[in-house]
Design a protein around this ligand. Sequence first.
Ligand code: SAM
Length: 361
Amino acid sequence: MKNILTTEEAAEYLGVTTTRVRQFIQEERLLSVKSGRDHLIKFSTLTAFAENGRKKIGRPRTDQVLSNNNIYRESSLSLDQLHNNGLQVINGDTRNIINKLPDNTFRCVVTSPPYWGVRDYGVENQIGSEQDLNTYIQDLVKIFSEVRRVLTPDGTFWLNIGNTYTSGGRKWRDADSKNKGRAMSYRPPTPEGLKKKDLIGVAWMLAMACQQDGWYLRNDIIWHKPNGQPESVKDRLTVTHEYVFLFSKSEKYFFNQKAIEEPFKNGEGRKNKRSVWSINTEPCAEAHFAVFPRNLVKPCILAGTDEGDLVLDPFYGSGTVGIVSQELNRKCLGIEINNDYISISRKRTNQVQGCLMLQES
Ligand SMILES: C[S@@+](CC[C@H](N)C(=O)[O-])C[C@H]1O[C@@H](n2cnc3c(N)ncnc32)[C@H](O)[C@@H]1O
């Protein structure tokens, strides 16, 4: 490797675009020397940046995936491959992978996509970094229509999503000492028609768009977080809830009501589970983003599947859906764009996961 790199070479090394590299330079996160219209970066500076300055930026390291023993190289996946292993994960952009999965395969999909403009997951093509709100919604609706195709006809889709506020013209956000993952090198502009400080009902916008796209919208579950993070706001309430939308592919579908029944307060008998779930968030030391609490995923899988069924999470993150599936004797496939998070998911599960490698066509 050369000692001095151009922005283009640095971008290739980091696995990001040149625009992103220029952004790092502009924010003074990456030291460079101006040379004509370009910038030159020392290789040692770049490696230090990749190690420390850019911890959250995971470069898909295909070579590592390829050196794993348990790899399938396919242009599409067969049902047998999916059923052979209990827990599998594919490293890549969900948009390029989900369309290669077979129809009518998964009994249940549980997922939490990136929220719009809230977190930087540190990789190119991450969902949530769209400049335009409608593009974000359309991107997700498209992915979820593939989710519908790969669901069994009696399958259910459990979508966790929260509302966000407009950025108020701010272009970036600092990390906060308690939550480093809040740092954002970009903030999307305020959508047309909205104002500074407006609550964007993005969760409901997405739910309605999915309904329009053909999903049956069956529940808006309120996930109440008793240990929700404090907010330093003075003119509104601190938000301590998100949604889990329950969708089905068909009018009639598999739903094991009994498996998630709740006891009556007086302890006598059991009743249908209610639509407000009070569940504490669970920290995950290694992940800088919000991971699913297991107790949020558990009722979805219990109600949506039988033992041995296949579950899918197209935004796998640190692999909580895999962990819960494993605990409940279900099989699970995760898709995750950031290879660093796949490493976290591997550490969190005690079973060696098969790593699937799909050839992108
Ligand atoms: C909210 S996190 C999911 C956290 C997960 N539920 C857990 O328990 O760890 C969203 C995840 O989506 C991933 N992601 C973003 N864009 C993606 C894409 N285009 N394809 C696949 N994964 C993507 C991010 O890297 C991040 O890990």
